[in-house]
Ligand binder design. Sequence first.
Ligand SMILES: *[C@@H]1O[C@H](CO)[C@@H](O)[C@H](O)[C@H]1NC(C)=O
Ligand SMILES: *[C@@H]1O[C@H](CO)[C@@H](O)[C@H](O)[C@H]1NC(C)=O
Ligand SMILES: *[C@@H]1O[C@H](CO)[C@@H](O)[C@H](O)[C@H]1NC(C)=O
Ligand SMILES: *[C@@H]1O[C@H](CO)[C@@H](O)[C@H](O)[C@H]1NC(C)=O
Ligand SMILES: *[C@@H]1O[C@H](CO)[C@@H](O)[C@H](O)[C@H]1NC(C)=O
Ligand SMILES: *[C@@H]1O[C@H](CO)[C@@H](O)[C@H](O)[C@H]1NC(C)=O
Length: 571
Amino acid sequence: MLKTFALLLFAAIACAEFAVLERDNPPNGFSRIGPSPPETILDLRLALTQNNISGLQDTVYDVSTPGNARYGKHLSKEEVEAFVTPSEDTTNQVNAWLKSHNLSSSPLTTAGDWIAVSMTVSQANALLNAEFSAFQNADTNQTVHRTLSYSIPTMLKASINTIYPTVTFPVTRPSFTRKKILTPSETNTSTPSVAPDCPGNWTPTCLQELYGIPSTPATPAANTFGVCGFENQFVDVQDLNAFLKMFRPDMNPNTAFSLISVDNGINNQLPAGVGISASINIQTAVGLATDVPVVFISTGTGLTGSVDFFTALLDEANYLVSLAQPPETVVQTYSDSENDLTPQLAESICNSYAQLAARGVSYIVNAGDDGAANLGGGAECFPWVAPFPASCPFVTVVGSTEFTANDATESAASFAGTEFVSGGGFSDIFKRPRYQDTVVPAYLNTIGATSSSPFNISGRAVPDISAMGAGSPIVLQGVVDTFWEGSIFAATIFASMISLLNNERIAAGKPGLGFLNPLIYQNPTAFTDISTGSNPGCSPDNAFNGTVGWDPVTGFGSPIYSKLLEISNKL
Ligand SMILES: *[C@@H]1O[C@H](CO)[C@@H](O)[C@H](O)[C@H]1NC(C)=O
Ligand SMILES: *[C@@H]1O[C@H](CO)[C@@H](O)[C@H](O)[C@H]1NC(C)=O
Ligand SMILES: *[C@@H]1O[C@H](CO)[C@@H](O)[C@H](O)[C@H]1NC(C)=O
Ligand SMILES: *[C@@H]1O[C@H](CO)[C@@H](O)[C@H](O)[C@H]1NC(C)=O
Ligand SMILES: *[C@@H]1O[C@H](CO)[C@@H](O)[C@H](O)[C@H]1NC(C)=O
Ligand SMILES: *[C@@H]1O[C@H](CO)[C@@H](O)[C@H](O)[C@H]1NC(C)=O
């Protein structure tokens, strides 16, 4: 299998041994323009080894698996910190090493498992035996300082999980911002073509009908639904107001959302900053999760614009970890290919999602829109990898369905005629989690997969479930705009349903549903199985196909609210 990153061990000339992490080349699109100026300041983040991450993961399963004696007994912030605080030895070793280079660190989390160290390029080159260089991106002209390899003394290997960003480049892929995909006949946005015909125009009313989502206002409860936004995107409050007037005339059109800002994320309401993704997320969430308090978590790009996508993912998750009471439900719909980050960084970010799972947060992400191969950074077609953060076992992943006018049932979304294809597949980083131990091998059997299949049969498979991803209207700068597509809708629709269930539970004095996957895999009948459609990647045959039962295109299928409610009521 093609491996972008390699972890090597070798003996350096000067006695001491070093562990080296390296990549062959910069990703496609980036070229080296010369050494980084020695005085340039680098803000590096170090993930220190958490003292008992496997204990935390086991605890997540205990508190999230219906039937377990500890089900619903979510952990407090302090209880989680006890698992992730690095050991004294770890912290001392790392600090001594930094001090020997005249460097010091500051903690990024209360537990001290992530620390920040600021240094010049020449200090970093010496500390990490690296060669930081300026790399320019051909499309954006953005210049970044990265190294193609770095090393740390072997004796620190057990103490440091990741140093970021060193060999990881910023994501510049177009699918990162959701593009409008229209055929010419569909570009008529001047008139809102509301129901009767839902297919291609999935208004909140249509979605309520499709999945049985109640339109009755949620009971007031100390419960919030967090909707994540990145890249300083925000939604125009007047657009939300117009959306509600038009599509939820039964709701108060002034229903508002609150704001959390991370890394200087903005919500300044200037027309130029209105984001398509943020508008899709917020309008869908407020329009479906009737009267559940929605909080927009806007993670920006930092004061100097240096916060890239992976940093933003990490900062957003760690911010939520730092709250005494994080939102019960969170939806996050930005994604990338696993190819674009090191396994160590993926694991470190995933460990933050595990902490949220332990706290009882239902964290829901999309399966991306890049088909079976989920290519990133111009990688080759093989192996097929999974999208990230979807491949993290501690989030719930939603793939896309579509429902064209002549279909009698939903099928996996291939979004014909667009550059989007529902994402799904197998992780090459995270191994199969225990909740998939029955259904995934059964699926692999059905298709006769072997270790020479073009994907890693032992990996975490996604998605877990799916929902409508095709053609919902939104309001953008006062104008109704239809035919936006993608798993961004699917994940937000499902998360809205979960936020209604969580709200009911909190109102009834029960804990929220928390990390959902053990419950989902125990209850496949709460979903309508989808056995048609596929997610072609590099060629029409390079696809996973919808099958009877769980499959890596639509998971268990689309949610049935009444059944989920029945399950929730029994817990
Ligand atoms: C890690 O956590 C588990 C689960 O709570 C516990 O059983 C185990 O003793 C802990 N291990 C250490 C080394 O603290
Ligand atoms: C650290 O600072 C001291 C005092 O300024 C200096 O003598 C020493 O060479 C420095 N060490 C490194 C590794 O830069
Ligand atoms: C990048 O730089 C080139 C040469 O200066 C210029 O022609 C091009 O427009 C720039 N592209 C962007 C996206 O700024
Ligand atoms: C847009 O739709 C309206 C109403 O259906 C119609 O009158 C108009 O001709 C359409 N415009 C285009 C460019 O198709
Ligand atoms: C497959 O994934 C597992 C983790 O799930 C990993 O340990 C292994 O290296 C991967 N196999 C290959 C051939 O890359
Ligand atoms: C999906 O179906 C296509 C066409 O029949 C086939 O070539 C492909 O091997 C199937 N994919 C998998 C993963 O079974």
